[in-house]
Design a protein. Structure first.
Length: 220
């Protein structure tokens, strides 16, 4: 698979090239259903509508409060726990989120375990398998993967929490590559220096992810 690394070309691709299509899932609920209903893996009007749901969920959450609250959260995956609590689903199983996260990307294999995990997450979100539930689950999965990696990578540097996070997002971002379709070819795009992406799919939770990661680093 070709890798695009030149910065101007990277921005051009992220701004104009489509996402790889995910198949429409016949599942009532499962990992295929989730991929087919989140903003992350679509373009156009579907993406705009689904992204608006994500932005609306994030608009209810204060990054400053998340930063303070995560310092007091007990247990593993505190970044997932604090976000689930803020979204109003505090009893969600973080291990279930982790299972779904491991199979979230379309190039990862499907599994019955991941299907069960997604079904459990839909139930925890109110039991209605709609785009709002997918948006909320997607937020938890993004936090599980990207925010967790942001914390791990930032700990390699010296400085205040804000300093090491800023350096990490330039030098060692938690998401190193993403995929697009260019001239009908699937390509990878290097995100070095663009840790939160660019274009229509730029991460809408930038401030929240930084705040949660900073809080975890500060409590260490």
């Amino acid at each position: 698979m070709n890798l695009i690394t030149e910065p101007d070309r990277v921005r051009e691709v992220l701004t104009g090239a489509p996402m790889p299509a995910v198949p429409r899932s016949a599942q009532a609920v499962g990992i295929g259903w989730l991929r087919a209903h989140v903003a992350r893996f679509c373009d156009g009007v579907d993406h705009d509508r689904r992204r608006a749901l994500v932005v609306a969920e994030l608009a209810r959450l204060s990054p400053e409060v998340l930063r303070e609250r995560v310092c007091t959260v007990e247990g593993d995956l505190p970044h997932v726990r604090v976000l689930a609590e803020a979204l109003g689903i505090p009893d969600i199983s973080v291990s279930t989120v982790a299972i779904a996260a491991a199979h979230y990307q379309p190039h990862e294999p499907d599994s019955a375990e991941a299907d069960r995990a997604v079904a459990e997450l839909v139930a925890a979100c109110g039991g209605v398998a709609d785009e709002r539930a997918a948006a909320r689950i997607g937020l938890l999965i993004q936090a599980c993967q990207a925010t967790g990696a942001l914390v791990d990578n930032a700990r390699r540097f010296e400085g205040s929490a804000d300093e090491v996070i800023a350096r990490t997002m330039v030098e060692d971002p938690p998401v190193r590559r993403t995929r697009r379709v260019v001239d009908e070819e699937l390509v990878e795009v290097d995100l070095t220096g663009l840790g939160f992406g660019a274009g229509p799919h730029i991460c809408p939770g930038r401030d929240h992810a930084i705040a949660i990661a900073a809080g975890i680093i500060e409590r260490s």
